[in-house]
Design a protein around this ligand. Sequence first.
Ligand code: 5RP
Length: 223
Amino acid sequence: MNLKQMAGIEAAKYVEDGMIVGLGTGSTAKFMVDEIGRRVKEEGLTITGVTTSKETERQAQALGIPLKSIDEVPYVDLTIDGADEISADFQGIKGGGAALLFEKIVATYSKQCIWIVDKSKMVNKLGKFPLPIEVVPYGSQQLVHLFEEKGYAPVLRTTPTGDLVVTDGGHYIIDLHLEVIEDPIALGTYLDQLVGVVEHGLFLNIVSTVIIGGENGPETIHV
Ligand code: 5RP
């Protein structure tokens, strides 16, 4: 079985009747949403989904999963989402799919957060994966210059056809090529205070469980 699919199916087992469930974005989360959709249809599972992107919303709607927006629920019981990198101390980089802002909002209001990954995403230190920064279009070039001066090797994200990527929130993405992030907390604090930065892809002290797809089956780590 595909390792992402393995992690997605395993995570869907944590979903119980009556839960409000945050539905993540990306190729791994897609398998989890498919499995929840199957359980809704075949097992009569009753949940309310809160999606983290238009892409996941379309998928969940097609599967018949009842949905509410994050503003229509009091909280989220459990969010299941993918990740781009997870460090040895369970900090993460997300946003490879440009959904980091909505993903972080939903995760922040969730009682529990499960990340689902294949084993290639587990690293010692974060930073090999370019760190996505979601920015307001107005002044974004100034932020690119600022990040260049800091030596962060910024690249404004474009589509395969060369258009600028625009997020579901109407923002641009700047990817920082850092190679290694020695102090994610300090970097996150610095990025948080920059004018024009809407959100960054460092997801710190957020995850409660990690499910890793590997050749010997899924491994579940409670953080
Ligand atoms: C989207 C994300 C994704 O969860 C992350 O990019 C992992 O994606 P995939 O499961 O396709 O590898 O953060 O913004």
